[in-house]
Design a protein around this ligand. Structure first.
Ligand code: ADP
Length: 320
């Protein structure tokens, strides 16, 4: 990206409609606040932006994201810059901990790269049924209703999904019979791809929680994901550091395989709240693999999840 704002490529009347325009590695993403605009106006704006940017040599693909008005149900997105940092683990435990605080929580597992919620929540093999062309969420032994990409397709198949297919699958999971669920956590795929863009476009979340390990690379990617939410007017509730501080099960010595404190420092630098730190602990993985997430308990393993949930709960309440 050049140092000048790429919005300068657009005529003033159009640029005024665009909250941000980024061009990176040939991919242009224009974020337009579409609240109050009719369908015709939206189509006209999208076409005009796509036409103008399509003529630029440095642009091979343009996505125009029309951010919608927020839906009635509170949607909290959980994202990360890259995979394997514990985003799904945090989402499941946050869901359980928020439910303990009296919220009616549902969970959408939109991670096409590795839909792991059916395993973590212990309802693998259950299939959702459709009623009136909408899916019924599947109950889980831990009391959280869930719909997962993993319920819709064979493991690994959703990987090939691009654009509209990923977006339609997300819509099936979110526009489901959620009943009295008032808080829907969405476990997003890592990064800033099609599912994220559809999410912002069609179901603008109330806020987003970002997870990272303390490693520099994971952090940079997480910051990028945060930037996308921010540009689309979705506040980042805060950053969570996962896999910090490994307690050796034999000698008890605590070491820091991925460093420690990096996420908190990054949160300070990015001016984002820091929500808490979850240690790297074998019992967390074992519980997740058994369908018994640590937040079901009351012990030291559960504590960081309950602390983070308390902060998220307070944040939601503060929004009114
Ligand atoms: P992501 O959703 O970011 O891809 P997952 O939540 O699926 O990541 O976690 C990846 C793997 O790491 C899983 O096997 C999970 O059980 C394990 N894991 C996640 N957080 C921790 C932790 N704090 N301690 C130990 N293992 C963890």
């Amino acid at each position: 990206m050049s140092s000048t704002d790429p919005k300068a490529l657009l005529p003033d009347s159009l640029a005024a409609r665009v909250s941000t325009l980024t061009i990176k590695e040939g991919r242009a993403i224009a974020i337009v606040d579409a609240a109050g605009l009719g369908q015709q106006e939206r189509d006209d704006i999208e076409r005009a932006i796509t036409d103008i940017l399509g003529q630029r040599e440095e642009v091979s693909e343009t996505r125009v994201v029309m951010t919608a008005e927020r839906t009635q149900r509170r949607i909290i997105a959980v994202g990360s810059g890259k995979g394997g940092v514990g985003k799904s683990t945090l989402t499941a435990n946050l869901a359980i901990a928020l439910a303990r605080r009296g919220r009616k929580v549902g969970l959408v597992d939109a991670d096409i790269y590795g839909p792991s919620q059916p395993v973590i929540l212990g309802n693998q093999g259950s299939k959702p049924v459709a009623r009136d062309k909408k899916l019924e969420p599947v109950d889980s032994p831990v009391g959280i209703p869930v719909l997962s990409m993993g319920h819709l397709v064979e493991p690994g198949r959703a990987l090939a999904w691009r654009g509209p297919m990923a977006g339609n699958a997300l819509a099936q999971l979110i526009d489901a019979h959620w009943g009295d669920v008032d808080t829907l956590l969405v476990d997003l795929p890592p990064g800033t791809g099609d599912v994220q863009l559809t999410m912002l476009q069609r179901y603008k979340p109330m806020g987003a929680v970002l997870v990272s390990t303390p490693q520099d690379l994971a952090l940079i990617d997480a910051a990028r994901a945060g930037q996308l939410f921010d540009q689309a007017g979705v506040p980042v509730i805060g950053l969570v550091e996962n896999m910090a501080g490994y307690a050796c099960p034999h000698c008890g010595e605590v070491s820091d395989p991925f460093g420690r404190g990096g996420v908190e420092t990054a949160a300070g630098r990015l001016d984002l709240p820091f929500l808490g730190r979850i240690p790297l602990d074998l019992a967390i993985r074992e519980g997740s693999d058994r369908g018994q997430p640590p937040a079901c308990g009351e012990d030291a393993l559960a504590a960081p999840f309950h602390d983070i949930a308390a902060k998220v709960d307070a944040w939601i309440r503060a929004q009114g």
